[in-house]
Design a protein around this ligand. Structure first.
Ligand code: C5P
Length: 258
């Protein structure tokens, strides 16, 4: 699966045009700020902001620090991915999406398993909104293996469930998906180059998988068709996060170049 030539030009306009492969890698790497408070998040951003353009605010940080934690990140020129994985009735999710539009975030997640009506309501909630975030439907969590999927009552494999959810999302107007590196090629085949495919479960060779089950290296994930990689612990828990980020960027740049 070839790496999409360029990121969609309508998306992420704040960043300068790509000038080399390391720069392109920088535009495709999202660091997960999975820390318990705003002070820790800002300290981490301070260590990484010369190296990374994107930061992901997830449930741990958002619940502890609230929407106020987004403001300094946006003010410092960073691109923010708000990963709240919304999953509720369509009316409630549409309202949550509208509430998120004023924050200046560029990506927002919701669970594809919420169903077509929920996805369509979320999509419609952005009608007429200028600079709306890219809605990303989370397919099957990268922490779920076959046994975890079966335990939720599904007889399918994770790959089959990802494909079903991606098809459903596309039919509901969604073009952005979160999926594991192991299914990204299949989702790319469904979306074509317009798909915004965000891939967590990234582990550089030799790094502990932790709770993640469906993993790959940064280079593998890009070669399979990922638009963006989400990396948390391999960077945030490294003795030198900036050095760890640069090593991942170098591996990404080599994959983009080859
Ligand atoms: O530390 P690690 O690299 O495993 O972090 C991955 C990040 O991606 C976490 O913030 C997690 O919430 C997020 N994520 C994921 N799997 C998904 C969606 C998001 O791991 N399907």
């Amino acid at each position: 699966m070839p790496i999409p030539e360029r990121l969609n030009p309508s998306f992420g306009p704040a960043h300068p045009p790509v000038v080399d492969f390391v720069e392109e890698a920088r535009q495709r790497l999202i660091v997960a700020l999975d820390v318990p408070d705003a002070a820790s998040a800002l300290a981490l951003v301070g260590q990484l902001e010369k190296h990374c353009l994107w930061f992901k605010v997830g449930l741990e940080l958002f619940i502890a620090a609230g929407p106020a934690v987004i403001e300094p990140l946006v003010a410092r020129g960073h691109s923010v991915f708000l990963d709240l994985k919304l999953h509720d009735i369509p009316n409630t999710v549409a309202g949550a999406v509208r509430s998120a539009t004023g924050m200046g975030v560029k990506m927002l997640t919701l669970h594809a398993a919420g169903g077509p009506a929920m996805l369509a309501a979320a999509h419609s909630a952005l009608d007429g909104v200028t600079e709306s975030p890219e809605l990303l439907a989370v397919t099957v969590l990268t922490s779920m293996d076959q046994a975890q999927v079966n335990a939720t009552g599904l007889d399918r494999s994770p790959a089959e469930q990802v494909e079903l959810l991606a098809r459903m999302g596309i039919d509901s107007g969604i073009r952005g998906f979160v999926c594991s590196p192991q299914e990204v090629a299949g989702v790319r085949a469904l979306t074509g180059p317009e798909g915004v495919l965000v891939v967590p479960g990234i582990r550089p060779a030799g790094f502990a998988s932790g709770d993640q089950k469906r993993i790959a290296t940064p280079a593998e994930a890009l070669r399979e068709g990922a638009s963006y990689l989400v990396v948390g612990r391999p960077i945030t828990q490294a003795p030198d996060p900036a050095e760890a980020a640069e090593a991942i960027l170098k591996e990404m740049a080599e994959a983009l170049e080859s």
